[in-house]
Ligand binder design. Structure first.
Ligand SMILES: *[C@@H]1O[C@H](CO)[C@@H](O)[C@H](O)[C@H]1NC(C)=O
Ligand SMILES: *[C@@H]1O[C@H](CO)[C@@H](O)[C@H](O)[C@H]1NC(C)=O
Ligand SMILES: *[C@@H]1O[C@H](CO)[C@@H](O)[C@H](O)[C@H]1NC(C)=O
Length: 376
């Protein structure tokens, strides 16, 4: 993928707000208003509704005439389509065709609940190969308890998440789970909250470290606190002495093939999703983010040159009210940021980067909040 041409990146930096200018060339001096207007209309006519799907609850009227497709290497591409062409594609997808192929992939199946593992084929973008617990047993969580992080009881989310074998984890009923300590997952797990209302809140968040192939779909993670030090099970053969956590809702550390879809995130002690230290092949899609400062971090340190290989896709997310920065903030790496809705504005900037990241930004809907407007 070619890096974004310099002039487009400058334009983009202006649009994203003031702080990010520090990371761009300061030579551009055209009026902000003019630049913002250009960038905003680059992918859509302002008189049309935005193309981005609005997060967890799809408002289908928004993107009826909009088609995206998967291109080489899993890159999601936008494509113009005529009305007739759209109708025939929609017919192929079934009556629920919305132009959001990740959603249509499972939602068009009326019996999706009987075919839960079909979801594993629906990811697009760099995390498209994440199979989660596909071909494993369905494990139903029956208890919201988290009594013992070192020795979890059967029926709990922690018990399921630490097993050695692939598992497709579902929930017997809606529940609110207070994690006493960080929940460390093993590879080949899906957490599937479809059909119920599952909240992870008030305590620790999720840790995905040294693993691969995780799908997290349809759960709410909010009000996450710093926890530890503590003894926490990483897998059935290892219980470790863990330090104090950062307080991320989801911390991805040296982990690959990750798909986070249709979750909601709000308010954590540190990031909502931080993917760092050699993590890659990640898709973050259809999520709703709100009420938080540092939303999403890809690459934490300039010395982590391993993050040159990082590849992540951020698509169809709704960045809602009360967000300040990092939607996302990228170091090194290659990032595809498409069809996201930033219409609720941002406090400092929306998308930022340093250490020469390659950022492909397409079809995003940006509306700067009123304090960013310049009167001329
Ligand atoms: C969907 O979007 C349209 C256009 O913005 C709006 O009129 C309608 O009320 C929305 N529907 C829902 C269910 O949010
Ligand atoms: C879509 O149509 C617009 C306007 O006609 C054109 O400028 C643009 O290049 C087209 N994009 C693609 C991917 O064909
Ligand atoms: C269990 O976790 C430890 C610590 O992260 C790790 O070294 C080990 O390889 C893991 N074992 C398995 C079977 O994944």
């Amino acid at each position: 993928m070619a890096p974004m041409p310099l002039n487009q990146f400058l334009l983009f930096c202006w649009v994203a707000g003031f702080t990010i200018l520090l990371e761009c060339s300061p030579s551009e001096s055209r009026p902000l208003e003019h630049l913002r207007f250009q960038a905003y209309t680059r992918h859509m006519d302002t008189s049309e509704p935005p193309k981005a799907a609005p997060g967890p609850v799809t408002n289908r009227s928004w993107n009826e005439k909009y088609v995206i497709q998967e291109g080489p290497n899993g890159i999601i591409q936008e494509r113009n389509s005529t009305e007739t062409e759209f109708d025939s594609l929609a017919a192929d997808w079934g009556t629920c065709g919305t132009g959001n192929p990740m959603d249509d992939c499972w939602r068009c199946d009326e019996n999706w609940e009987s075919h839960r593992q079909s979801l594993a084929t629906c990811a697009m973008g760099f995390g498209r190969d994440a199979i989660g617990g596909k071909n494993g047993q369905i494990y139903m969580v029956t208890s919201a308890e988290d009594d013992d992080a070192a020795n979890p009881q059967p029926g709990t989310l922690r018990y399921a998440a630490t097993r050695e074998e692939p598992l497709w984890i579902t929930f017997a009923k809606s529940m609110t789970i207070y994690l006493q300590e960080e929940l460390i997952l093993t590879s080949f797990k899906t957490i599937d909250g479809r059909g119920v209302d599952v909240h992870i809140t008030g305590g620790a968040g999720l840790t995905l470290q040294y693993i691969s192939n995780v799908i997290i779909h349809g759960i709410h993670i909010h009000d996450i606190k710093v926890t530890g030090p503590a003894r926490v099970m990483s897998n059935t053969t290892h219980v470790g002495d863990r330090g104090v956590t950062d307080g991320d809702a989801i911390n991805i550390y040296t982990a690959t093939q990750i798909w986070i879809d249709h979750c909601s995130f709000a308010n954590a002690a540190d990031g909502l999703i931080d993917a760092i230290h050699g993590s890659s092949m990640i898709t973050i899609s259809n999520n709703l983010f709100s009420n938080h400062d540092k939303v999403m971090l890809f690459g934490a340190h300039n010395i982590d040159t391993v993050d040159r290989e990082m590849k992540a896709t951020v698509a169809f997310n709704k960045f809602g009210a009360g967000l300040t920065q990092r939607m996302p903030r990228c170091r090194f790496g290659t990032f595809q940021i498409v069809n996201n809705d930033y219409s609720a504005g941002w406090g400092i900037y929306a998308i930022g980067g340093s250490e020469s990241p390659t950022i492909l930004s397409e079809g995003n809907h940006f509306v700067a909040s009123s304090e960013k407007e310049v009167e001329s």
